[in-house]
Design a binder for this molecule. Structure first.
Ligand SMILES: Nc1nc2c(ncn2[C@@H]2O[C@H](COP(=O)(O)OP(=O)(O)OP(=O)(O)O)[C@@H](O)[C@H]2O)c(=O)[nH]1
Length: 395
């Protein structure tokens, strides 16, 4: 691949068949954003969604509940709030393809929502409420593939509700030899982990989140709340954290709607994540890999590194390292020709795009921010630098 080649774009998720129909011929239509709303049992998801449906926001919002199981019973699970009305109402039966969104590829879950929009008219926004045990990392890539699949919806972000009173206990269920974390994790997604402290549902929901709403603040003291937010920040250094009582968010935009979590990657976001927050949580942490701006020939080498760490969960070099797994990844990579590349990843799906604005002379160093298990080891950065050094280009 030479310097003039297009930079790599959306990389197919492992579960998606190679022969994906192209949407090139389809007339471009505005896509409807979808936010995944997740949170452990009793954190306040229903309270939040009821609040949104009855707020005056002027948007027609569809709320869909994704149950684990054999089918999506849309009749019971869809509620639409019409623009300029507080009359949230259940929608009558809409026949749809059955299937569990979490366990299927696009043609079931996403197609069901598209089918729904065709029958009910487009919505301004879709909120997908998962059950308390859902792993959003399994669901998010299904919606993120929409460019290749010609979908009429796109993933706007993931919001995780957290119960301030119980979240620390939920996170600690994965430690020691208590069976709770182990059973929970294996049950929910068959995800085995790689040894070491176990991941609980709470870890998975926090690590993938773009916004974390710490709810039920009325049930904890200021000190307890500070301990909760510090622990959450140590797991996910990228997410916006908002504290609430009864899920009363100060505004919907940026917190539940219009998140744009997969659009731009700003230098400010990444430098906040890189500020050296504590590594309090033994399972999941956020880490930053800084490296010099890339020369154009180094771009495919970055891709080699990303493929290796995300697809193979291995380093492309011989550096000794312990096991790692990456849940979320964001990057901003200046190129010496003035371009800037933006990297977005969730589990094994990632995307490298060209930023809209060129870098101002010598703007910043390149950064990858990783959230996951075992990511805070020097071997990752050493491996990245070695791979990039192989091009013979500037470093
Ligand atoms: N004290 C207190 N109670 C709250 C708060 N927010 C919600 N609740 C209550 O907590 C309970 C659980 O809230 P839900 O909104 O049903 O939580 P959920 O996440 O939908 O729960 P599941 O459906 O079990 O997954 C309800 O009785 C709410 O009224 C809060 O900030 N403070």
């Amino acid at each position: 691949m030479d310097a003039d080649d297009e930079i790599p774009t959306l990389v197919p998720h492992n579960n998606v068949p190679d022969a994906v129909p192209s949407s090139d011929d389809a007339a471009p239509a505005a896509k409807v954003p979808i936010t995944i709303v997740t949170g452990y049992l009793g954190a306040g998801k229903t309270t939040l969604l009821n609040y949104i449906l009855t707020e005056e926001h002027g948007k027609k919002i569809a709320v869909i509940l994704n149950e684990f199981g054999d089918s999506i019973d849309i009749e019971k699970q869809l509620t639409v709030s019409e623009a300029h009305t507080t009359d949230a109402r259940p929608v009558p039966f809409v026949p749809l393809a059955n299937g569990c969104i979490c366990c299927s590829v696009k043609d079931v879950g996403v197609a069901a929502i598209e089918n729904l929009m065709e029958q009910r008219g487009a919505f301004d926004y879709i909120l997908l409420e998962t059950t308390g045990l859902a792993d959003p990392g399994n669901i998010a890539p299904l919606f993120w593939l929409d460019d290749g699949l010609g979908s009429s919806i796109f993933l706007d972000g993931i919001v995780t509700l957290v119960d301030a009173k119980n979240v620390l206990r939920s996170l600690d269920e994965g430690y020691g030899d208590g069976p709770a974390g182990q059973q929970e994790h294996e049950h929910e997604d068959g995800h085995e982990g790689h040894g070491g402290p176990l991941l609980t549902t709470a870890h998975l929901q926090i690590s993938h989140a773009d916004v974390i709403i710490v709810n039920k603040t009325d049930l904890v003291s200021e000190q307890e709340l500070a301990a909760v937010t510090t622990r959450i920040r140590s797991i996910n250094g990228l997410a916006h954290i908002q504290t609430t009582t009864r899920t009363q968010v100060p505004q919907l935009e940026g917190l539940v709607l219009d998140l744009h979590a997969y659009d731009d990657v700003s230098a400010a976001d990444l430098s906040f994540a890189s500020k050296g927050h504590s590594h309090l949580d033994p399972s999941i942490t956020t880490t930053t890999l800084p490296f010099p701006a890339l020369s154009p020939p180094q771009i495919p080498l970055l891709d080699t590194f990303l493929r290796s760490i995300l697809w193979d969960e291995a380093l492309p070099t011989a550096h000794p390292h312990s096991a790692f797994e990456i849940h979320r990844l964001k990057g901003r990579v200046p190129v010496t020709d003035g371009r800037v590349l933006l990297v977005q990843g969730v589990r094994s799906t990632y995307d490298v795009t060209e930023g809209k604005t060129a870098v101002a002379g010598g703007e910043e160093e390149a950064r990858l921010v990783l959230i996951g298990k075992g990511v805070a080891q020097e071997a990752l950065r050493e491996s990245l630098l070695e791979v990039l050094g192989g091009s013979g280009g500037d470093k």
